[in-house]
Design a protein around this ligand. Structure first.
Ligand SMILES: [Zn+2]
Ligand SMILES: [Zn+2]
Length: 211
C-alpha cells in the first residue's frame, strides 16, 4: 500500500530529479527500504531508515522484509559511525499522528543519529529490553504490539515502552541534551546546514546515493 501524500513513499517512487535535495534517498534497496536525511538535525549525522512497505511500525513489517531491511540499517549505521560517531536509534512505533502523539509520520521509520556518545534516551516506563533490533523485530512482529516507543541504550540493547503521547518525545530529550532545548521541533527548526553536512559527510565516506 503506497500513500500518495506520504513523503517516504514519494521519495521511494519518484525519480531523483523530481525530489528536493533533502528527500533524495542516500541508500536504497529496491523492494526493501531506503535511508533519508533526518529533518531537524540539531546535530549532523542524522538519517531515517524506512522500509518500502507503508506500514505503521517496524514491528508491523512484512516478515520477509525484516532481514533485508535490518541489513540496510546495519549498512547505514556503519556509514554514520565511520563518518560521525556511534549511533543512537529510536522509533515512535505505530503512534497515531491524528491524536497528537510522538509520531512524525505514519510510515514506519527508524531514526539513526550519531549521538550515542553524547545523548542517552529514557522512557518513564518500559515493557521489555532486547539484545538488539533483530531480536526485537523477531519477537514482536507476530504480536499485535500497540503504540510503542523504542530506543537503544548505552550497551547497544533495545528498550521499548508505551507511547507517552508527547510529540517528538525523543527529539525533545536530544535537543535539550545538546543544549538547544527550544529547537526540538523539526518543522520549525530543520537545521538544513546539518542535513547538508550529513549528506556531504556520507559522500566523502564513499557512500553511493540512490539513482
Ligand atoms: Zn508511505
Ligand atoms: Zn519518527
Amino acid at each position: 500500500m503506497a500513500m500518495a501524500s506520504c513523503f517516504i513513499c514519494t521519495a521511494r517512487s519518484e525519480k531523483r530529479q523530481n525530489l528536493p535535495w533533502y528527500d533524495v534517498p542516500l541508500r536504497r534497496v529496491d523492494g526493501v527500504g531506503l535511508t533519508l536525511l533526518g529533518v531537524g538535525a540539531v546535530a549532523p549525522g542524522y538519517l531515517l531508515a524506512c522500509p518500502d512497505a507503508h506500514v505503521r511500525s517496524l514491528a508491523a513489517m512484512p516478515q520477509w522484509m525484516a532481514a533485508p531491511f535490518l541489513s540496510l540499517v546495519d549498512a547505514a549505521v556503519a556509514d554514520l559511525t565511520c563518518r560521525f560517531g556511534p549511533v543512537l536509534v529510536f522509533e515512535h512505533g505505530a503512534c497515531e499522528s491524528a491524536v497528537r502523539t510522538s509520531a512524525c509520520v505514519d510510515h514506519a521509520h527508524l531514526h539513526l543519529w550519531a549521538l550515542a556518545d553524547r545523548v542517552a534516551l529514557t522512557l518513564p516506563r518500559y515493557w521489555a529490553t532486547y539484545p538488539d533490533l533483530r531480536s526485537f523485530v523477531a519477537e514482536t512482529r507476530a504480536t499485535a504490539l500497540p503504540s510503542y516507543l523504542l530506543h537503544s541504550d548505552e550497551s547497544g540493547g533495545i528498550r521499548i515502552g508505551p507511547d507517552v503521547g508527547v510529540p517528538q518525545f525523543f527529539r525533545r530529550q536530544i535537543a535539550s541534551q545538546l543544549g538547544h532545548p527550544d529547537e526540538w521541533d523539526y518543522a520549525a527548526c530543520p537545521f538544513g546546514q546539518h542535513m547538508n553536512a550529513t549528506r556531504k559527510g556520507l559522500d566523502r565516506a564513499g557512500i553511493r546515493h540512490g539513482d
